[in-house]
Design a protein around this ligand. Sequence first.
Ligand SMILES: [Zn+2]
Ligand SMILES: [Zn+2]
Length: 321
Amino acid sequence: MLIGAHESVAGGFHLAYAAAKDDGCDAIQVFTKNASQWKEPKLEADAIARFREARAASAIGAADVLSHDSYLINLCAKDDALRERSRESLLQEALRSEALGLQHVVLHPGAHVGTGIEAGVSRAIENLAWVLERTRGAKVSLLVENTAAQGTVIGSRFPEIGAILRGVEELVGDEAQRRLGVCIDTCHAFAAGYDLSHEAGFDAAWAELEEHIGTTRIRGLHLNDSQKGLGCKVDRHERVGEGALGKYPFWRLQNDARLAGVTAVLETPPKEDDRGYLAQLKMLRGFVGAAAPEAKALQAAPEVALAVQKEKPKRAAKSKS
Ligand SMILES: [Zn+2]
Ligand SMILES: [Zn+2]
């Protein structure tokens, strides 16, 4: 696994490599535009040349680079205009990434906004196929990221992502086999209810992932701890080992031979002006071949915890009688 971080390209794409060096990265993820705006900037030839130059001169230039799509994109929006705008924006993201020579575009599959998961999944399938069709023959691939189950987003459960992959394959065949994969975000999986924080939970989650997606489709990983607890359905990243996930899942991933070729990046929040990447990457590298760190105690999703709490007095009363 090549581990690194999401790096800023403020001031120019080429600056990502200088930041990556400071942070001890072996891999990077970047935005190719302002992710909170619809505006699609045109890439200048000079910016592309400078990025390619910096990459060629970098010790990590051979590593795959991830881009992340705009937060505004909703591939399964109910509104036709928003859906068309979304797929066009994803297409432009793929074209910019291809021009820069980036290997993968990480994308969120979208939110069904009340129309149901099935309808959302079929819209996502249609639009991902649309983008792959229009970029046929390109090198850049599209990676569907698992989501934190916030609001009406789809893709928080592995079977939904599996259904998206199979659906797109039916429409565009080989092109999807070659250029469609997944990016697994540890924080999102935990927020969606997969308890990666200890061995049994990790094994169960990974078995489900293997069944519906397949480890071979993982081309990207987002290594984030979670500020909030299991099944919280909110997307709040925390530094590795400092959140509710703890160190265990990251130790597991670092020692999984099946993920050897995968590009993994931190997307953790800076504290004041410290990105905090250097220390986290050092810790992660220390996990390779090391004994397992102590796992968190078994955690339960909020609804499960509530049910248990409600049951307790009943049981106490029974045992008294
Ligand atoms: Zn994301
Ligand atoms: Zn992520």
